[in-house]
Write a protein that binds this ligand. Sequence first.
Ligand code: PHE
Length: 338
Amino acid sequence: MINKIQELIKEVEKFSAKSIDEIENFRIKFLSKKNGIVTELFNEFKNIPADEKKEFGRVLNILKSNIQDKIEFLKLNTEEDNQKSKIQLDLSLPGDSVNLGSRHPISIVRNEIIEIFTRLGFTISEGPEIEDDYHVFSALNFPEEHPARDMQDTFFIEQNPDVLLRTHTSSVQVRVMDNEKPPIRTISPGRVFRNEAISARAHCIFHQIEGLYIDKNVSFADLKQTLLYFAKELFGEKTQIRLRPSYFPFTEPSAEMDISCSLCGGKGCNVCKYTGWLEILGCGMVDPNVLESNNIDSKVYTGFAFGMGIERIAMLKYGVKDLRMYFENDIRFLQQFQ
Ligand code: PHE
C-alpha cells in the first residue's frame, strides 16, 4: 500500500497541465469526495495493520498536500492565465507619466539671490522665527516708543510682549554679532511676519533676505557697489540703481534703493507707474549705536546692511501682479516656474 502511495507521489510530481480543465480533472481524479484516489485511500485506513498505520498516514498526508500544492501552482501558471497577464501587459499602451514637481518661485529667487551673495563671500545665517524684543528691536536701536513695536505691526505671542514673531530677519544679524567677531559678511534669508491686511501687495507672512557687512573701513561706496553688482546679476547687465535717502532706526545714513524698471528699461510703464524706477530694498550704514550695543567697537569698525522682500523681487522678475498667488498653491500657477 505504502509503495503504491509513493508511486502516486511521483505521478503527481510529474504532472503538468496546459488548461484549467486539465487541472480540474486532475483535482477530481485525486481529491473528489466521492471516489477520488486520496479519498479512497483514507477510507482504507481502517484496514491497515496497526503497526503500519503511522507510516501510512504520514505518506498519505504528503500525497494530499503535494496534490494541493500542485493544483495551486498549475493554476497560477497555465497558459490561459498567461494570456490574461499578457493582456495586462499591453506594451502598446502609453506609459504612465511621472509628474515631477517644480520649485516654488520664492525658492528659485531666494536661491538666486543667495548664489549672488555667496559669490561675493557672504555666509548664510539663520535664526528663530519666534523671537524676543531684544533681537528684533532693542539691539537694533528701536526707540522704546517706535511705531514698529506697536501691536499693529508685530504679532505678539500669548500675553507676554517679549515673545513675538520676528518682523524682519535683522534679528538674525544681531545673533551673528553676538556670536562672531568682525569681519562679518553674512546674509539671512527667512520668513517674517507682520500684522498687515492681506492684499495684492502685502501679506502677513513673507520672505526676506537681509545682508550685513562689518569690517574696518567699510564705506557707503562699498554698499553702493555691492548692491549695483547684485542688481546687475539678478536683473541683467543694463540695470541701473538709484539710492534715495530714507530712515531706519538701525542704519545711519539710510537709503532705499530703486532699480531701473526691468520691464520698460526705464522709459516708463504701468508697472513702474511711469517713473522708470522700481523700489526693491532698504539699506544703510550700520548705526554706531547698534555696533556698540552688540559689543563691536564703532571707532574701529564700520558696516553696511540691507534688506529686501523676496516676494516683491519675484513679482518684478516674473511679472506677477498679485502677491497672494505665492501662497495659494495653485498648480497652474506654480508649474510655470522651473
Ligand atoms: N529690516 C528692514 C525691513 O525689514 C530692511 C533693512 C535692513 C533696511 C537693513 C536697512 C538695512 O524693512
